[in-house]
Design a protein around this ligand. Structure first.
Ligand SMILES: [Zn+2]
Length: 159
């Protein structure tokens, strides 16, 4: 299972929550932002062999903590008692959800129609550099696109 790093997705969710006034619209947009980002050519480590691949495990851990940390940071920045606090956390979660929904397929071998269908949809949109030999399969470019996406999102957030 390969996925785009979670951090760009989380930041997209945070930006949407901060900028969109209607909370329902924000939550829906956060969910679909996942696919917009996945459609950008990117590179990531495979996390299918998490138990055997220590490096992938550490990368996923850092990526997860970074996503959570950023979500909490910007949520608390809005203030704990504000409605934006929860909206930021929910939208960050919604932006990651399409990948989280693949966990049963890969780790619990749920091969039901729903999870198989979801996986097919996800894979058809996901532009992994290695799979499609985009950028000639170059890892650096695939990481660079995600850094650029994060920078652009931060710019949007803080502007
Ligand atoms: Zn994804």
């Amino acid at each position: 299972m390969k996925l785009m790093f979670l951090t760009p997705h989380a930041v997209a969710g945070i930006v949407i929550a901060a900028k969109i006034q209607n909370p329902f619209l924000a939550i829906i947009l956060a969910f679909f932002s996942h696919f917009v980002l996945d459609a950008i050519p990117h590179w990531t480590t495979s996390i299918t062999n998490l138990l055997r691949d220590k490096k992938a495990f550490v990368v996923l851990l850092i990526d997860s903590f970074l996503s959570l940390g950023l979500g909490l940071f910007f949520a608390f920045r809005e203030g704990f008692s504000t409605s934006k606090f929860w909206l930021i956390l929910i939208c960050a979660g919604m932006a990651i959800l399409p990948d989280a929904m693949r966990i049963p397929f890969y780790f619990f071998h749920c091969r039901s129609r729903f999870f198989q269908g979801w996986e097919n949809i996800h894979i058809s949109i996901d532009q992994d550099v290695r799979r499609n030999t985009l950028f000639f399969g170059k890892k650096t470019f695939g990481i660079l696109t995600q850094m650029l996406a994060i920078l652009l999102l931060f710019w949007l957030l803080l502007s």
